[in-house]
Design a protein around this ligand. Sequence first.
Ligand SMILES: NC(=O)c1ccc[n+]([C@@H]2O[C@H](COP(=O)([O-])OP(=O)(O)OC[C@H]3O[C@@H](n4cnc5c(N)ncnc54)[C@H](O)[C@@H]3O)[C@@H](O)[C@H]2O)c1
Length: 267
Amino acid sequence: MSQYPELSGKVAIVTGAGRPGGLGAAIAQRLAQEGAKVVVADLDTVQEMHAVVQEIIDHGGQAMALPCNMLDGSAVEKLVADTQAAYGGVDILINNAGVGYLMKPIVEMSLDEWDTVLGVNLRGMFAATQAAAKRFIAQGRGGRIVNIASQAAKSGFTHASAYCASKHGVLGLTRVAAIELAQHQVTVNAVCPNHVTTGLGAWQNEYFSKLLGKSVEQYLAEMRARIPLGRAGLTSDTANACAFLCSDQAQYITGEAMNVSGGEEMH
Ligand SMILES: NC(=O)c1ccc[n+]([C@@H]2O[C@H](COP(=O)([O-])OP(=O)(O)OC[C@H]3O[C@@H](n4cnc5c(N)ncnc54)[C@H](O)[C@@H]3O)[C@@H](O)[C@H]2O)c1
């Protein structure tokens, strides 16, 4: 059921949306449910992106898959150009692609690993923001950018120096883009989810429970106990926040870093 009819016919690109069960796939499905035409972008090795597209189509939505490596600036420009060619414009960019599985103590992390995390999570996001912003300005009909940051954009977590640095950087990029693009009626916001058990989330559960010498079940129970609303995040929580930020209801909200964390993160 559509909640924001104004999103019907809008064209949305969701990066890193090719994994069923991931945040990007849920956001793509939610926007398609609102009637948006959705580009599911991911690495060309992520063949499941075709299944994500098929599921949207099976539910009556419009979607297509486009391969794009966020580390390649010209591929990111091509993603926006191909979307324009296929769907006649671009209205929404959801910067979701991210690397969260390179977790190590600072003293063990290589510079190449640092570069990979910062390269996808921040440089890739900048490239997509730039390409979409040029398109939005040329079209002259406004636009929406939502950056998937993290609780790690606001707090530090052990073994996550590159991840936290990249996500803190996402908030800086969000704020500058919000200021620069406001004159073009483009809003730019970030969403900061706490833990969600996606593929990446499941990997992190294994990693941190082992690090702390606990079972995954014990680790998750302790997580639930410290979250005021008593559960970990769901992909739908983040997808709902994105749909709202893309809607007319959020037209006066920009430069915001919205927590979607059941009260775990409050600043
Ligand atoms: N799961 C969580 O607990 C959680 C919490 C907060 C924020 N996030 C953020 O949400 C986003 C989605 O994460 P997820 O949990 O769904 O994990 P995920 O691993 O399922 O999704 C990340 C996606 O990014 C893609 N990607 C990685 N490198 C890429 C590249 N070079 N080019 C293009 N795509 C690339 C992956 O293929 C994958 O589809 C990430 O930015 C992550 O940091 C996740």
